[in-house]
Design a protein around this ligand. Structure first.
Ligand code: GLU
Length: 280
């Protein structure tokens, strides 16, 4: 078996629930069974939703479950320089542009166009700011107008040509980054985005096998394009099913009874909780 480097990348926006336990054990087991490494990453780019006590609870819950990790923990809030460098690289080759739209601008544009193109991640950005001239961009930025940075995905795809990734559950998958449109690389309020930070960090942490839930399968189309454009290592993927309760309902963070913390307080042992998500 080839040793793999996997990771668990929770966002500290709430207490870990059984779904997190499953995802962490899935990645940890894949690493340990292969004699590889297991990395931990805290995806805390959103200061309005992330809280230090949730980060502390993540460490506590993982240790309690018997999950150890290798190397230093990567906190995305410490990685802004890396993300900024990557954005500049994409800007230099003309693939990133400032987007001044507000949510209501986007809604209005879509209404006017009479149809709302949908991608797997919701409404696809209609491209309003792609056509803003360079002079106007500079003027608006100089005036202090808030802006996100988006990728010009059609142009990006013309640079990369066809792309493929290997998924342990699905085999070879043709990447279709255009399905997501011009996704955000840096938000108005935060100088990065989930897509950019996740892809760069997987590279920087040496990850060779990305395991995560099927709910993020669509994101891999975008990630594969960013890897090609930024010359990053291409990991294998294993998108797994999400665990559900007895009624088939997905375990959500708001299902408080199912947080690891509350299960621990109710007297469950780590072995019992591991068994609840199929790792016994
Ligand atoms: N931070 C994401 C989450 O908690 C995981 C992202 C990933 O695995 O790529 O859902």
């Amino acid at each position: 078996m080839v040793p793999v480097i996997t990771r668990f990348a929770p966002s500290p926006t709430g207490y870990m629930h059984l779904g997190h336990a499953f995802a962490a054990l899935f990645a940890w087991t894949a690493a340990r069974e292969s004699g590889g490494r297991f990395m931990l990453r805290i995806e805390d780019i959103d200061p309005s939703r992330c809280r230090p006590e949730f980060e502390t609870a993540i460490y506590r819950d993982l240790e309690w479950l018997g999950i150890d990790w290798d190397g230093p923990v990567r906190r995305q809030s410490d990685g802004m320089d890396d993300y900024g460098d990557a954005i500049r690289e994409l800007e230099k080759i003309g693939l990133a542009y400032p987007c001044f739209c507000t949510r209501s601008d986007i809604r209005a544009e879509i209404k006017q166009a009479g149809h709302a193109p949908h991608g797997p991640d919701g409404i696809v950005y209609p491209g309003t700011c792609r056509g803003v001239t360079d002079v106007d961009r500079r003027l608006r930025i100089a005036r202090g107008e808030g802006h996100a940075i988006r990728i010009d995905m059609a142009k990006a795809v013309s640079f990369t040509g066809p792309l493929v990734w290997y998924d342990r559950a699905k085999g070879f998958v043709d990447a279709d980054p255009l399905s997501a449109g011009d996704v955000v690389l840096a938000r108005k309020d935060v100088p990065t985005s989930y897509h950019l930070a996740s892809v760069l960090d997987d590279h920087l942490q040496g990850v060779t096998l990305v395991t995560r839930g099927n709910d993020l399968f669509h994101a891999t189309h975008v990630h594969r394009a960013l890897q090609a454009l930024l010359h990053l290592r291409v990991p294998e993927y294993h998108h797994h099913a999400l665990i559900t309760d007895a009624n088939g309902i997905r375990l959500a963070k708001r299902n408080r009874a199912m947080t690891l913390r509350s299960l621990r307080q109710a007297g469950k042992s780590p072995a019992e909780v591991r068994a609840m998500v199929g790792f016994d």
